[in-house]
Write a protein of this length. Structure first.
Length: 193
């Protein structure tokens, strides 16, 4: 099962690529037009993994958002529980990163190692390699609009962890923390680091 708050922020930072605007459900557009992030969290029938779908529109070009998403210097600004981000290996169009989040009285410190495959300014696909998560696979996407001055950032992730938590707590934690990360990304990309 999944650990709500610390897990959701750790997972969110396993950054990856776009579902097109047409792939979002009808209700998502209302949130995005209001300047709010849109999020959907569902649990798989196995009860062990969650699926997150989210999106936000950011008044910045995709290149600026990309930099914030892929530079370890911004990791703790996007996901405030991240205490360490480092690239362990890299090659042409990919890298393997480690993220560590701080624990607290209820949640342990979590370590997440994942591989990201990059399509610059468009998509980042990621997948778990090692660490405290059982499953993590998804993508971030960037789709420019309004003559490239705005970017729709989409997020998809299927995840599970070796931590026991009630499903209702998992959904609540992911619904609470996912929008925070998206809003943090918007602020960093707009220059409000």
């Amino acid at each position: 099962m999944i650990r709500a708050a610390a897990l959701s922020t750790l997972l969110l930072f396993s950054i990856a690529g776009p579902a097109s605007a047409s792939a979002l459900p009808e209700g998502a557009d209302r949130s995005l037009k209001a300047g709010l992030p849109w999020i959907s969290v569902t649990l798989d029938p196995d009860g062990e993994s969650a699926r997150i779908h989210a999106a936000i529109d950011i008044p910045a070009p995709a290149e600026r958002i990309w930099k914030a998403m892929t530079d370890c210097r911004y990791a703790a600004k996007l996901v405030t529980s991240v205490t360490r981000c480092r690239v362990l290996q890299q090659g042409a169009g990919w890298d393997i990163r480690e993220h560590v989040t701080k624990g607290n009285l209820f949640l342990p410190t979590l370590r997440n190692v994942f591989r990201s495959d990059y399509e610059p300014y468009k998509r980042i696909r990621f997948k778990r390699v090692d660490g405290d998560l059982k499953t993590m696979e998804g993508q971030w996407g960037l789709s420019a609009f309004n003559e490239g001055r705005w970017t729709r950032v989409t997020y998809e992730n299927r995840l599970s962890a070796r931590i026991i938590a009630p499903p209702v707590a998992v959904r609540a934690g992911l619904r609470k923390d996912t929008p925070k990360v998206l809003v943090n990304l918007r602020e960093v990309a707009k220059g409000g680091e």
